[in-house]
Design a protein around this ligand. Structure first.
Ligand code: ZN
Length: 210
């Protein structure tokens, strides 16, 4: 039986997910704590998008597990550059958020960069342990944002869909135009009743209209 676990980081409370089945697992948006991987064979490291709070553990997880990093081509390009993955300004960005406890922010490496191994454009499918992961681009919040639908039931939305939260389109690399012309439509096509597993905050069941 598939099991989906959520872990919250100290970086703007971003979510890392572990999807486990029969001793194998996928990790989504890893932060720098590999303890949850104990006893599991990590098959893929998946990224919803290029922002630092969603990729800060990639190098550590890659080293610890040897698993390939999978994301969109645009995300792959941006995670290699601390200006594009926002690492170089991340600490300042956290300080601007009034709800963030500054004492609780883990150390940020302003030169952080990482590399992808497998990339796609537009959409692709990943078959894993008898499960289907449908991945597609959702440009808007960032150039490299994607969504991943697991077996038509659980949707990993990154920062492109959160409960009662307006999607942030003003970060560097974000684009209201891309969101209005492409991203929003793809989000609106997600079926009613899907469990949404966002990049921040708890999961919820989608009830339309969004
Ligand atoms: Zn983001």
């Amino acid at each position: 039986m598939i099991e989906i676990r959520r872990y919250e980081s100290g970086l703007l409370s971003s979510n890392m997910y572990l999807v486990a089945e029969e001793g194998h697992a996928l990790v989504i948006d890893p932060f720098a704590d590999t303890a949850p991987a104990q006893g599991l064979k990590i098959d893929y490291i998946l990224l919803t998008h290029e922002h630092y709070d969603h990729i800060s553990g990639v190098n550590l997880w890659k080293e610890a597990t040897g698993a390939p990093v999978f994301c969109s081509k645009a995300c792959a390009k941006n995670i290699r550059n601390p200006k594009k993955n926002l690492a170089c300004h991340f600490r300042e960005f956290c300080e601007l958020q009034t709800w963030v406890k500054l004492s609780g922010i883990p150390a940020v490496d302003p030169a952080y960069a990482c590399e992808a191994d497998l990339t796609f454009e537009e959409k692709t499918e990943l078959r894993w342990q008898g499960h289907l992961l449908e991945c597609f681009e959702i440009p808007g919040h960032s150039q490299g944002s994607i969504g991943m639908m697991l077996d038509g039931k659980d949707f990993f939305s990154g920062d492109s869909l959160m409960e009662n939260t307006e999607i942030e389109l003003r970060m560097p690399g974000g684009s209201r135009k891309m969101w209005e012309t492409i991203g929003r439509e793809r989000i609106e096509a997600i079926p009613d009743g899907t469990r949404i597993r966002p990049g921040h905050f708890k999961s919820f069941i989608l009830h339309k209209p969004i």
